[in-house]
Design a protein around this ligand. Structure first.
Ligand code: GDP
Ligand code: IMO
Ligand code: MG
Length: 424
């Protein structure tokens, strides 16, 4: 038995889906502990591309059990859409291979409306959310007025009563700001219909995971988003609303820290970000190059991702707060053409050297990234299978990451397919 957490070391989209898919082979149960359908995890399996939003990537492997944990915020209608979309591709999600924590909070239509409205009010100061209602749902959870899955499937009468009352409050607010009112009856009908389909998936996942561990089964935690979108450690307020760092995998699943054997950090060989907020190493020339190649578009919203050079300040701090045991470096092949590769080793702020990121987003906007130019390898790495066969300059690049982050590189991605990953 060995339990592993996979965590993004940057602003999300590091390639966690692919790494989780790879590690699933030697795992019994794959758990999504936090986030919602703001996530988009791409997995290419047998040449077919899948984008998973709420369902753990482990679902693509036959015989594996998937769990949506208590820390997830789940949009019932979106989840059913995802289940149906997978069925069309021949992947059958059933109560036998997936369960959802009865404690998971529900994303409601009014959460999505609030998300969009709040963003519109912020104008230029917007966060650039995915508009999936994530922030307002976690807000209600912390405010202790949320709806959980057990409310919907266990007590529909009380659920409907509370729902109507909440929508009535929302409508008063929406009307006062000129927004359209919501139809409580239609929403209630849709949710109760969804409840019928979701009821067989609703389970005490904490009890299930602990029983599984007693039987010697191994767990793989599929983190969503990344360290700099973490509500505490990220570039606040330009973050998501959950703990995306490794601790979030424990609170979001009910599995305690001493049961965790390994934390794998995933980082691209460069950096990307979708949405607003500081990004010291952003480089528009690099972004143009990737976009022209049809790469680096958001898997959930289709937005162009902002791109930049590798920022070791970010990965260094991510290794600390997550306790990375090892690193998976993805899309090394993305740098195959570069003659020289700048890497940011530290920042300067008002004449001071910073090895760790500042707390304030305003300071984060002002830091000056200090680069070291490393020589590129200018050769195609996409067919390389063994670490030792990587070009010497590529190995030197990876060694530099190891030195600056004090963390060993254990996997290297050289292409989007499952088999384009070098295991060291
Ligand atoms: P996630 O949210 O962390 O799972 O990452 P996304 O799926 O949103 O974005 C990662 C993108 O990079 C996807 O399009 C993947 O197919 C792709 N990808 C992952 N690893 C590699 C790699 O090593 N090389 C290349 N070229 N693409 C990769
Ligand atoms: P995966 O799991 C990249 C970003 C949004 C926005 C901020 C807040 O695929 O890595 P939210 O809708 O969560 O309130 O938006 O967080 N964001 C992501 N960026 N990958 C993700 O997930 C993201 N999930 C949220 O773009 O900047
Ligand atoms: Mg993604």
């Amino acid at each position: 038995m060995s339990n592993t957490i996979v965590i993004g070391a940057q602003w999300g989209d590091e390639g966690k889906g692919k790494i989780v898919d790879l590690l699933t082979e030697k795992t019994d149960i794959v758990v999504r502990p936090q986030g919602g359908n703001n996530a988009g995890h791409t997995v290419i399996s047998d040449g077919v591309e899948y984008i998973l939003h709420l369902i753990p990537s482990g679902i693509l492997w036959p015989g594996k059990q998937c769990v949506i944990g208590n820390g997830v915020v789940m949009d019932p209608i979106a989840l059913l859409g995802e289940i149906d979309g997978l069925a069309e591709k021949g992947i059958h999600v059933t109560p036998e291979n997936m369960m959802i924590s009865s404690r998971a909070h529900l994303v409601m239509p009014f959460h999505r409306e609030m998300d969009a409205y709040r963003e519109a009010c912020k104008g230029d100061g917007k966060i650039g959310t995915t508009k999936r209602g994530i922030g307002p749902t976690y807000g209600d959870k912390i405010d202790r007025i949320g709806f959980r899955l057990h409310d919907l499937v266990g007590d529909p009468v009380n659920f409907t009563e509370r729902l109507y009352s909440r929508i009535s409050d929302c409508n008063t607010l929406f009307e006062s700001v000129g927004m359209e009112k919501l139809d409580a009856e239609a929403i209630g009908r849709d949710l109760l219909a969804a409840a019928e389909r979701l009821a067989p998936y609703c389970a005490d996942t904490v009890g299930f995971l602990h029983a599984a561990m007693k039987e010697g089964k191994s767990l793989l935690f599929e983190g969503a988003q990344g360290t700099y979108l973490d509500i505490d450690q990220g570039t606040y307020p330009y973050v998501t609303s959950s703990n995306t760092t490794s601790g979030g995998a424990c609170t979001g699943s009910g599995v305690p820290p001493q049961k965790i054997d390994r934390v794998v950090g995933v980082t691209k060989a460069y950096t990307t970000r979708v949405g607003e907020g500081p990004f010291p190493t952003q480089n528009d020339t690099l972004a143009d190059r990737f976009h022209k190649m049809g790469r680096e578009f958001g898997a959930t919203t289709g937005r162009k991702r902002r791109c930049g050079w590798l920022d070791l300040v970010l990965v260094r701090y991510a290794a600390m707060v997550n306790g990375f045991d090892d690193l998976a470096i993805t899309i090394l092949d993305g740098l195959d053409d570069c003659e020289e590769i700048p890497v940011c080793t530290h920042y300067e702020l008002d004449g001071e050297k910073l090895l760790l990121p500042p707390a304030s987003a305003k300071d984060f906007e002002r830091v000056v990234p200090v680069y070291e130019n490393l020589p590129g390898w200018q050769s195609d790495t996409t067919a390389i299978e063994h670490y030792d066969d990587l070009p010497a300059n590529a190995q030197a690049y990876l060694a530099r990451i190891e030195k600056e982050t004090d963390t060993r590189v254990s996997m290297v991605g050289v292409g989007p397919s499952r088999d384009q990953t070098i295991i060291r």
